[in-house]
Design a protein around this ligand. Structure first.
Ligand SMILES: *[C@@H]1O[C@H](CO)[C@@H](O)[C@H](O)[C@H]1NC(C)=O
Ligand SMILES: *[C@@H]1O[C@H](CO)[C@@H](O)[C@H](O)[C@H]1NC(C)=O
Ligand SMILES: *[C@@H]1O[C@H](CO)[C@@H](O)[C@H](O)[C@H]1NC(C)=O
Ligand SMILES: *[C@@H]1O[C@H](CO)[C@@H](O)[C@H](O)[C@H]1NC(C)=O
Ligand SMILES: *[C@@H]1O[C@H](CO)[C@@H](O)[C@H](O)[C@H]1NC(C)=O
Length: 470
């Protein structure tokens, strides 16, 4: 999407060329009447060009343009510290962690590897305070106002909100935000995975734990009306729903981005993380409501582990690539930096896009549960994949090598309806990817090399024109 300044520059060049042509005409004909009629054109072009010099072509959005507004509480900080620490870049990422009260002695002095902490302004003085449905959420919501009042916003284009248990993939967030015009009002996030949550709260809001972004002009408009809005909606329980109401009344509705994840889910996320949409991964959340992301690891350990891959190439994080071995009738699929599968049948991408339902919904009740289609967990050897999980990442001169290893046996016979060739001997899968970042929504194809040994190699590459992944 070319920026408006790009058009202005083209326009300016066009006028300069016109100006030069008219100048040559003048020298050539030396006709006074002609000069006076043409100088008007030149004056217009001078004015236009002076305008574009006053507003030179802007730098593309980078990490320094983002102000992170992170909300936590002193009570939960002990168990959640790893989540923020794993993605925060000291002296690079800008922002603050807002707490309800001073953190306890065990955290002092405050570590420089963390965002500085701030205590939210005491808002008990607000007239509406006694009537608030959920003062905790209102405190968290007012972190936007508290951030604005710190006057640290020099050069800031976006506020990015997150909780203390949100894992943010900041390079991808920068990449995603750079598609939008930060001088306009934007509210960018996503809804919950669970249909019932969206029915109860709203389909039309950005869930707070998933993280969301507000362009700076929208922040400026919001802060002048924020307390007034809290008063108008004092009966609203959820802070992120309150936010969507305040912004709706300012004339701004949410824009959905698929890479944010509220994770309103329970149990095992592996099925979901193995079939991520082909869009940059922006966030993960709610680690304490789900099993650790990797088998044989604890929660903080599994978050640090997934960040090892993310620190090398965020553009490919959880990006799926699918390829087939025709001779043995196998399908390989990788979710970069997380898992790899071998199926003993040929499956098309259209089917493998659907996550295997290893997880449970946030709220019990009757289906349908989710905002997306799923595949059931299967005990059929033709349907059930062999699972391999991310083990290591290495950077070579021109490529990156990620390895995925088998953590448990499949315990099934081979798929006799297909090639009847078992993938049990495969112990690990190595995936070779280019060093260059992947474009946001581009699907990458792959080739498999496997000679019957215990390691299979997958090489990611651009898809050929008209290549069918089936
Ligand atoms: C062009 O601009 C100059 C000063 O900037 C002014 O004196 C002149 O009258 C203008 N010419 C026309 C045709 O507007
Ligand atoms: C980010 O953009 C600003 C201009 O707004 C520039 O001064 C700065 O060097 C850029 N930072 C990086 C890391 O590219
Ligand atoms: C951040 O910058 C400060 C001052 O420039 C420096 O003392 C400190 O070591 C830096 N911290 C890290 C973690 O790089
Ligand atoms: C496979 O069998 C082993 C031994 O009987 C058992 O410990 C393991 O849990 C089984 N794995 C799966 C995925 O069913
Ligand atoms: C599949 O392979 C197994 C073991 O290699 C063999 O016992 C079985 O007969 C084969 N099934 C078919 C349908 O070929």
């Amino acid at each position: 999407m070319p920026s408006p300044t790009y058009h202005a520059n083209i326009f300016c060049k066009y006028l300069v060329i016109l100006g030069l042509i008219s100048l040559f005409s003048i020298l050539f004909f030396y006709n006074l009447a002609y000069i006076s009629s043409q100088s008007l054109d030149r004056n217009i072009s001078t004015i236009k060009c002076q305008e574009s010099l006053l507003h030179p072509k802007e730098a593309t959005t980078n990490l320094s343009h983002l102000m992170f507004v992170l909300a936590g509480s002193s009570r939960t900080w002990k168990n959640r510290r790893t989540y923020i620490e794993s993605w925060w870049r000291p002296n690079v990422t800008r922002g603050n962690l807002f707490l309800d009260m001073e953190p306890s002695k065990e955290f002092r002095p405050w570590s420089p590897t963390l965002p500085p902490f701030r205590i939210n302004e005491d808002f008990k003085k607000l007239r509406i305070y006694p009537k608030l449905a959920n003062p905790v959420h209102v405190r968290i919501y007012r972190s936007i106002l508290d951030t604005y009042r710190l006057k640290q916003d020099d050069g800031v284009r976006w506020y990015v909100m997150g909780d203390d248990d949100s894992l943010l993939f900041v390079d991808n967030i920068v990449d995603m935000l750079s598609k939008y015009d930060h001088t306009k009002k934007h509210y960018i996030g996503t809804f919950s995975e669970t249909i019932k949550s969206n029915v109860r709260f709203s389909f039309d809001m950005a869930y707070g734990g998933a993280g969301y972004a507000l362009s700076y002009p929208l922040v400026k408009a919001l802060v002048t009306k924020l307390d007034e809005c809290i008063e108008r909606y004092h009966f609203i329980w959820a802070g992120d729903q309150l936010q969507s109401f305040c912004l709706a009344d300012l004339g701004v509705d949410v824009t959905h981005e698929k890479g944010f994840h509220q994770i309103d889910l329970h149990s095992d996320l592996s099925g979901l993380l193995s079939s991520h949409p082909t869009a940059p991964l922006l966030s993960l959340h709610h680690f304490e409501s789900v099993a650790p992301l990797f088998p044989d690891m604890n929660r903080p350990g599994s978050v640090l582990h997934i960040m090892k891959a993310a620190n090398v190439d965020q553009s490919r994080m959880l990006q799926p690539s699918i390829c087939h071995v025709r001779a043995s009738k196998w399908t390989f699929s990788v979710s970069w930096g997380y898992s790899a599968h071998i199926y003993e049948s040929i499956f098309p991408r259209s089917y493998l896009k659907r996550p295997i339902e290893t997880f449970r919904p946030w709220l019990k009740g009757r289906p349908p549960f989710y905002m997306f289609n799923t595949r059931p967990v299967s005990r059929d050897p033709c349907e059930a994949p062999h699972w391999f999980f991310f083990d290591s990442v290495e950077q070579e001169k021109e490529r990156v090598v990620t390895s995925y290893t088998r953590k448990f046996p499949r315990n099934m016979t081979s798929c006799s309806f297909s090639g009847n060739i078992s993938a049990d001997p495969v112990v690990s899968i190595r995936v070779f990817s280019p060093k260059t970042a992947k474009e946001g929504r581009k699907v990458e194809c792959c080739d498999v090399e496997y000679d019957g040994a215990d390691v299979a190699n997958m090489r990611l590459r651009d898809c050929r024109r008209d290549e069918i992944i089936a």
